[in-house]
Write a protein that binds this ligand. Structure first.
Ligand SMILES: Nc1ncnc2c1ncn2[C@@H]1O[C@H](COP(=O)(O)OP(=O)(O)OP(=O)(O)O)[C@@H](O)[C@H]1O
Ligand SMILES: [Mg+2]
Length: 362
């Protein structure tokens, strides 16, 4: 998968700019606050409909403009495709794929795929289980629309079940809960099953990526932390039973205390929990390895790599790890943003794009 062109109009600090990317490594450089991350963010929007930053859609509209527009062209194994998103200050964004409007964001998924990595992704290793679930959810949603819709459904049922648990009328709670439990177990089982499969595949790829970046100095291992295993039906039944057994606790606490919304991934480096014992650099490298592994999953599922976006990721690695990372990227279209291109080994084949104040100047 190759992204060929990106056009930004009144998007963040860009009034009008067009990017042409090469098939290999693209280096987007410039000083702080010039628009490097903004251009990288726009690509991820075209792939998923979301910003990789915690952002509201309307924040991307350039100050004072009526709307913002992001247009991109890509080549995939199915041929050429284009995506266009228009953002408004006062209403929902609209999306067109190959010029045709689509009503659901789900339609966008799987069209152009990308994997995004930035220093913020350190939270993937360091922070709460929610960040690791989000990682699985974004990846699995791009891999399968079915997952995306099951997840939406699960979240909806979960919030309805939680609302019910907060009700004052205990009779109503006990009478209606089994219906919600059944639906929650059904949607939840799909999510648990897919996540388990995902982690089984991701694990060896992540170990290999980590081995490559650290030059064999560190060993990474991943394991899923969920209460349920087996095939989808078995998971559904076990989850349903667990929900009914916990009714008292759930009513007391006013929320659902078991399910995939509480799952986690355990990440170990050299046998130790990297979240607790890892150095900053080890945590960064582990997070990067997870993302590199994600590109391999796309390759194995779809037969082609996604676009890899490394936003400011180089400055975080020592020179050896940086060099090994770059040499492990052959065959993957990569967009790297950095303040100092000097930090990156020069190569005549790299496509260099320099940015200042929302303009390409070289
Ligand atoms: N809606 C908007 N309209 C105009 N400017 C915006 C908007 N949203 C963000 N900006 C500007 O974009 C700039 C930040 O751009 P960006 O995050 O791409 O910087 P960067 O080049 O990645 O910098 P750094 O090296 O610090 O990461 C900020 O100066 C911010 O004020
Ligand atoms: Mg930035």
């Amino acid at each position: 998968m190759l992204i060929k062109k990106l056009v930004l109009s009144d998007y963040r600090n860009y009034s009008k700019e067009e990017f042409a990317y090469s098939d290999g490594i693209n280096i987007i450089s410039g000083g702080n606050a010039q628009g490097k991350t903004n251009s990288a963010e726009a690509i991820f929007y075209l792939c998923t409909g979301y910003s990789p930053r915690a952002t509201r859609d309307k924040q991307v509209v350039r100050y004072g403009a009526d709307f913002a527009n992001v247009y991109g062209e890509a080549e995939t194994r199915f041929g050429k495709t284009s995506v266009e998103i228009t953002f408004y200050p006062d209403k929902n964004k609209s999306v067109k794929i190959n010029g045709v409007p689509v009503s659901k964001i789900g339609e966008l998924l799987g069209n152009i795929n990308s994997v995004f990595f930035s220093p913020e992704e350190l939270k993937l290793v360091k922070e709460s289980p929610e960040d690791r679930r989000r990682f699985m959810d974004i990846s699995l949603s791009q891999l399968s629309k079915g997952y995306f819709y099951a997840l939406q459904k699960y979240k909806k049922i979960l919030s309805q079940r939680n609302n019910l648990l907060k009700s004052d009328d205990k009779d109503v709670i006990y009478a209606t809960l089994p219906i919600w439990d059944r639906q929650l177990a059904e949607a939840g089982a799909k999510i648990i099953k897919r996540r388990t499969e995902f982690l089984e595949k991701l694990s060896p790829f992540a170990a290999a990526a980590h081995d490559a970046v650290t030059g064999g100095a560190e060993k990474l291992s991943l394991s899923g932390e969920t209460e349920f295993s087996g095939d989808e039906k078995e998971i559904e039944e076990a989850f349903y039973t667990a929900l009914s057994e916990r009714t008292e606790t759930d009513v007391e606490r006013g929320h659902t205390t078991i399910g995939p919304h509480r799952d986690d991934i355990k990440i170990k480096v050299n046998g130790e929990d990297v979240r607790v014992y890892g150095s900053q650099g080890q945590q960064r490298t582990a997070a990067l390895s997870l993302k590199l592994a994600e590109t391999e999953i796309f390759k194995s599922e779809f037969g082609e790599y996604p676009v890899l976006i490394l936003d400011d990721a180089m400055s975080e690695l020592d020179a050896d790890r940086r060099g090994r990372l770059l040499s492990s990227l052959s065959g993957i279209q990569t967009i790297i943003t950095c303040t100092e291109p000097d930090g990156i080994p020069q190569h005549e084949k790299y496509n260099n794009i320099k940015i200042k104040a929302g303009k390409i100047y070289e």
